[in-house]
Design a protein around this ligand. Structure first.
Ligand code: TPP
Length: 275
């Protein structure tokens, strides 16, 4: 169980890094900020509690792996990697500018700490299944964590990976679905029904857990459950809010991607700070 002090530490870190995401979105002129905020609390829990990693040795062979299959959330991932010390955070001032190591989607050959290059939806999860299977074949103990978007689940390759993961019982993999209810241009259920999402994964041989993806205690419990499960791989369907933390972005399709002027930036920072 997550201790109150640990919960506070994670919540404080999440708030601090949401502010940083706003700063980078402001300087780079626009980014996929809505999805960066819905995925954010799970990434913070992983990077500040669960992942066995060493920022000084990004290629350490025994490290846990994290695959951000919804690669457009790269701005949020980059801010966390910078805070962890994988690179000089000042580099984020040029995020997505010509000559910068950071594109909108992170490149594993340019950004230390990134295990897979993603961005073309539907490809990260299959790679994560392959990484987990490879680890098993090589007798490696590391764990692979992967996050897909719910809109990303409209891609057929997500279901091929789910089928393979269920068949091969990749219990050394934890999958998260960032279930914010929106894809690029609207409500996932109107565009292409996903529900019942948990039953679909279960039919492919997975154990599905549903949680509030902004509640650190629930995130913690679900991750622990996934680590202990030895029969079926676990998918954690995390109900989240697109744009979480910034009042004028929350639940707004328009904030899938957006830029900020001076006024909007200040308003967003105030909202995150709660004042
Ligand atoms: C193969 C592919 N098709 C289209 C896109 C363009 N695209 C970027 S984000 C996105 C919507 C993804 O929705 P979701 O996975 O729910 O992302 P989130 O709401 O978490 O940001 C689309 C269609 C892409 N990156 N890759």
């Amino acid at each position: 169980m997550l201790k109150p002090a640990e919960k506070k530490k994670l919540a404080d870190k999440a708030r601090e890094l949401r502010e940083k995401i706003i700063e980078v979105t402001y300087t780079c002129g626009g980014a996929h900020v809505g999805g960066a905020f819905s995925q954010h609390d799970i990434l913070v829990a992983l990077y500040y509690k669960y992942l066995k990693i060493d920022p000084k040795r990004p290629q350490w062979p025994e490290r846990d792996r994290f695959v951000l299959s919804k690669g457009h959330g790269g701005i949020g991932h980059a801010v966390i990697l910078g805070d962890k010390g994988y690179f000089d955070e000042a580099l984020l001032d040029d995020f997505n500018k010509t000559g910068s190591p950071f594109g909108m989607h992170l490149d594993r050959l340019k950004v230390p700490g990134v295990d897979t290059s993603t961005g073309s939806l539907g490809h990260g999860f299959p790679m994560a299944v392959g990484i987990a299977l490879g680890a098993r074949l090589q007798g490696k103990k590391f764990r692979t964590y992967c996050m897909v978007g719910d809109g990303e689940c409209h891609e057929g390759s997500v279901w091929e990976a789910a089928m393979a993961g269920g068949h091969y019982k990749v219990t050394n993999l934890t999958l998260f679905v960032d279930r914010n209810g929106f894809c690029l241009d609207g409500d996932t259920e109107e565009i292409m029904t996903l529900e019942p999402l948990d039953a679909k994964f279960e039919a492919f041989g997975w154990r599905a857990l549903t949680i509030d993806g902004h509640d650190f205690a629930q995130i913690d419990e679900a991750i622990l459950t996934s680590q202990a499960e030895k029969e079926r791989p676990v998918v954690i369907i995390a109900n989240t809010i697109k744009g979480k933390g910034v009042d004028f972005m929350e639940g707004q399709t328009a904030w899938h991607y957006g830029g900020l002027d001076d006024q909007m930036k200040e308003k967003a920072l105030k909202s995150i700070r709660g004042k």
